[in-house]
Design a protein around this ligand. Structure first.
Ligand code: GLN
Length: 195
């Protein structure tokens, strides 16, 4: 029984909830998806998803509520999408609270403002996937000396999905499509960590 927590502090969480449930069903895995808001709820999860939203707001609440400590102490795998990617980074171009779990540096709003949002067919895990980019962060650099870092997807010479150890950062919004590919992959990784 796997428990996937969708961190509900700010931002678009309901789509992650729905697609995580759909992914569990598709995988035939018994599990539960729940929205989590406080560190005690987070502790009970096998994996955490951090949605898009305002990373400054989400980061502040993560720090204030000790959610960072709950994730780190319990070694809980995190899937961070868009603002979630920003929060997973060690460094951004803003002064803000970060989880800092990945040796990556990101630039916020790298593709411009809301009006510059776009959709593109990208490739990930050797499959086509619709990438929805909304004020997406760009990956400026990652620490190439870290052996546990794996680039998962590149579009237009930009890294748009990257994994380090048990954490995955995606600059677009996989929850805004019907495609369960990325959520299924994350759940698979969560299961590996729980073994
Ligand atoms: N630009 C936002 C941030 O950096 C992220 C936007 C999003 O999550 N769609 O916090």
């Amino acid at each position: 029984m796997v428990v996937i927590g969708i961190l509900n502090l700010q931002g678009a969480v309901s789509e992650h909830y729905d697609i995580s449930e759909k992914s569990l069903k598709k995988l035939g895995i018994s599990g539960e998806v729940k929205e989590v808001r406080y560190s005690d709820d987070v502790k009970g999860c096998d994996g955490i998803i951090i949605s898009g939203g305002e990373s400054t707001v989400i980061g502040k609440l993560i720090a204030k509520r000790g959610i960072d400590k709950a994730i780190i102490d319990n070694k809980i795998p995190v899937l961070g999408t868009c603002a979630g990617m920003v929060l997973l980074a060690k460094k951004t171009d803003f002064k803000q609270d970060l989880l800092g779990l990945m040796d990556i540096e990101v630039k916020r709003n790298a593709y411009g403002r809301q009006v510059n949002s776009f959709e593109k067919n990208i490739n990930i895990f050797d499959k086509d996937f619709l990438g929805v980019f909304i004020r997406a962060p760009g990956l400026k650099s990652y620490d190439e000396s870290k052996e546990d870092i794996e680039v998962l997807s590149v579009y237009d010479d930009e890294i748009i999905a990257i994994k380090q150890g048990r954490n995955i950062a995606i600059s677009f919004h996989p929850e805004l499509t019907d495609d369960t590919l990325i959520h299924e992959y994350f759940i698979g990784e969560v299961l590996k960590c729980a073994e």
